[in-house]
Design a protein around this ligand. Sequence first.
Ligand code: GSH
Length: 214
Amino acid sequence: MKLVFTPNPQYIHKVLVVAHEAGVLDKIEFERQVPFDQDTGIWRYNPLGKVPAFVMDDGEPLYGGLVICEYLDSFNKTAPLFPRDESRWRALRQMVTGDGIFDATTLIRIESWRPKEDWHRDAMLRERRKIMGALDRLELDAKGWAANADIFHMGHVCTAGGLSYLELRNPITECGLEPGDADWEWREGRPALAEWFAEIVKRPSLAHVVDLPK
Ligand SMILES: N[C@@H](CCC(=O)N[C@@H](CS)C(=O)NCC(=O)O)C(=O)O
């Protein structure tokens, strides 16, 4: 099987975490594709032009990061990350919230590549609002996570992924859309999430540094 993505060891890739937890990391071949490169090969794998994309052993393509995660999780026979019990819907909501931080962050950054005078500020502010709202929602959720530290699911994977991407590329401090943004820090006012993140990044599947293609 092959994972097609833009490797960057400086943030937590949800697909790699799920593969690690499932014990199939060493069965995956990696291919680097940068979707915004002129000559990108991503279209060969995903008609929607996005990473991550994936090729299963039978050659069938998969895309949509969360779909790839669910596929990889199907190999996890000990502690699957997509709960099947009554905790499922909350975990999936948290999964989408964490992943949404990644999506909104990416969209602000893409817009910021244009000359500043051409920025579509209203659209950027809308994405900014999503990041703030998602962080506030996850702060509420993280209060429950502290009490159940032995439970680990897709909500945790995607929240850690979203936060670590925000640590690496912070469009709020970079773009300064609102007064005070230059000094913005997601941890401020979100102590439960900050404390949870500091601990969860030590988990082997999150701390593991994969030898990624350049
Ligand atoms: N949450 C989505 C994120 C996918 C995504 O937006 N990836 C960006 C990374 S830069 C991308 O490939 N963008 C290219 C595009 O939007 O055309 C997933 O996990 O599939």
